[in-house]
Design a protein around this ligand. Structure first.
Ligand code: DOR
Ligand code: ZN
Length: 348
């Protein structure tokens, strides 16, 4: 039997949501990963240390009830708005309530209407973060409707990110869920300051996949997958073992009715099979030897944390992804590759 053993990975970008939805999805993330950075874009975003603490308590309670066998550590983030102050950031980071802060350009994606309308409004916040050594996590897309949706990451890098790193050269940045070869090049060029997460789904689908045989709402996410040349560039970056790229699933559950709708939500739910999907990609790229770096070492090194001690084992064994994941309120979530067969399986 073919198997690989790696130190337990961490997921550096997760949407757990709240309430019944969180109870349904948390066990999947906690089964595969030890630590995870929890995104703050709830319906009411997490903007204060107190809100972060309360949300963390809800996560830990949910874990106790629904996933008691797993040791899981949520790392909380602050949702930046035009009103965020340096004092709040400083209090939250020094008190251990915020692990990082998340920048959503206003209206760039799900629950981002309270995001930042003009990055200049946050200069004093970035300056405080720079002094504290607090990481800034960025949804790197402009939200200007006059910019073509497929160009929004590239334009963000050019117009917003390049000036930002010049102005704050010590600010630690993660460009989240990158989707373009320009982002790969930008991160490599600025690796002293910037790292990037890469999702499993962006390594697997390109923009054509969304329309294969008809419109596939369960392959729709933001940033939107790009042309094949970009997918190939992401695969090269992830599987290179390069320190500046690491795992962040951006697993983003939505109820089935919100996906299969006349105006479907962006987000792909990969918590059920994330490690298996990544392993398949690394196998296809003949880079299984670099998988541990991407999944378990590079991210913790960036954040100045120790790698996990325990291990996970992935076996080459076929299994079927469930067709749907029930939520206790009567709704359900369709996971990525629902009903399909995967080649790799994480040992229970
Ligand atoms: O596809 C996405 N879904 N991209 C995001 O940036 C947000 C996420 C969500 O919260 O659903
Ligand atoms: Zn996300």
């Amino acid at each position: 039997m073919i198997e690989i053993t790696i130190k337990r990975p961490d997921d550096w970008h997760v949407h757990l949501r709240d309430g019944a939805m969180m109870n349904a999805v948390l066990p999947y993330t906690a089964r595969q990963f030890h630590r995870a950075i929890i995104m703050p874009n709830l319906n009411k975003p997490i903007t204060t240390p107190r809100m972060a603490n309360e949300y963390k308590k809800r996560i830990l309670n949910s874990l106790e009830v629904h996933a008691e066998n797993y040791e899981f550590m949520p790392l909380m983030t602050c949702y930046l708005t035009d009103e965020t102050s340096g004092a709040i950031i400083s209090e939250g980071f020094k008190g251990g309530h915020f692990f990082a802060a998340k920048l959503y350009p206003a209206n760039a994606t799900t629950n981002s209407s309270m995001g930042v309308t003009d990055i200049k409004k946050l200069s004093s916040v970035f300056s405080v973060m720079e002094q504290l050594g607090m990481p800034l996590l960025i949804h790197g897309e402009v939200s200007d409707s006059s910019i073509d949706i497929f160009d929004r990451e590239y334009v963000f890098i050019k117009k917003i990110l390049i000036p930002l790193i010049k102005e704050f050269p010590k600010l630690k940045i993660v460009l989240e869920h990158i989707t373009t070869k320009e982002a790969v090049e930008f991160v490599r060029l600025n690796r002293k300051q910037v790292s990037a997460t890469i999702t499993a789904h962006h390594l697997i689908i390109n923009r054509t996949s969304i329309f294969e045989g008809g419109i596939n709402p369960h392959r729709y996410c933001l940033p939107i997958p790009k042309r094949e040349v970009h997918r190939l560039s992401l695969r090269e970056a992830a599987t290179s073992g390069d320190l500046c790229f690491f795992l962040g699933t951006d697993t983003a559950p939505h109820r089935i009715n919100d996906k299969e709708s006349s105006c479907g939500c962006a987000g792909i739910f990969t918590a059920v099979n994330a490690l298996e999907l990544y392993t398949q990609v690394f196998e296809e790229e003949k880079a299984l030897a670099n998988f541990e770096k991407f999944a378990s070492l590079n991210g913790s090194a960036f954040y100045g944390l120790k790698a996990n001690e325990d291990k996970v084992i992935l076996i080459k064994e076929k299994w079927h992804v469930p067709g749907l994941i029930p939520v206790s309120d009567g709704s359900s979530i369709i996971p990525y590759k629902a009903g399909e067969t995967l080649d790799w399986k994480m040992k229970p």
